[in-house]
Unconditional design. Sequence first.
Length: 318
Amino acid sequence: MSSQNNEIIEMELSPGAIIFIPPGIGHQADGIYALVIAIPGFLPGNEMSIPKTSSPVVVRSYPNSAHTIIHVSYQDPEHLAGGQGVAVLNICKIQAQMGFNVIWISPAIKNELTGIYSYFDGRLRVVKVKINNEWIPTFFGHDENTQKHREQFGDYFVKLISDQYERRNVSIHLHGFIEVPRRAGELVGEGFNVTSTFHMFLSPRVEEVDSTHPYLSRLKEIERLAVKANTKIIVNSMAMKGELLRLCPEYSRALFVIPNGVNDRDFKQPRFARDHIPLVSAYGRISPEKGFDLFIKAAKTVTYRRRMNGRSDVNFVL
């Protein structure tokens, strides 16, 4: 009801509708729950443009906007350094298309700028945070200093989520290894619904390269704690499930194998001319555990055999 002319305006609302009520307008709701927020929003991503109007108006309406999904990982669209970031981005894209509000919390490293970055018409908001004033080259190291940075990020995102998000209608998905999923217990204790995906374990990779590494035992201990902190875990392959149970055989809670999705629309069958030189490529982070040394050895073997048989060379791209 307007205080100026006592005009009554009735509006039928659908779930997820966001209404702007101008100053001087009263409101009364019949049979619904209403949440009043400040605009610009207090929570990350609540900012929106407000139309100039003297009457209540639907600013935005999403079918599932009452539910928010929060992802946390070391990689994000502003810094896609590996498969984990790509996998999480694909999940976020589908969830945004389904109408959910999606938040992705990730640490800023190197010279990355902090802030909130918008994707998919604003349905995905990437929140880049800076945890300290140090130069952080990576969160994938296996040393005490890198672990300190991982723990600082863990402290930061747990406090951020606890302080700024309602427990109701929020699902949290923790990604990665070690410190991110290790914080599941704290968030569950705060009343949140939490699932963790273990995309990798660092200790098997370190052990394969150097079984005598001085930080290996400490790394295994932290990873076991990360597993035991969870009640719902997703792994992306049967091999990862095996690694998890070898690392932490006492884990007996929910464990699901859900492979990372690959959209076949992103790939097309190449059409080569008969005289086209074959191309073999390998893509990934250049580090010992990726096994690119085997790719190089295979390239030498294939090239030698093809030449011995009078066949054309093959182009190898790493």
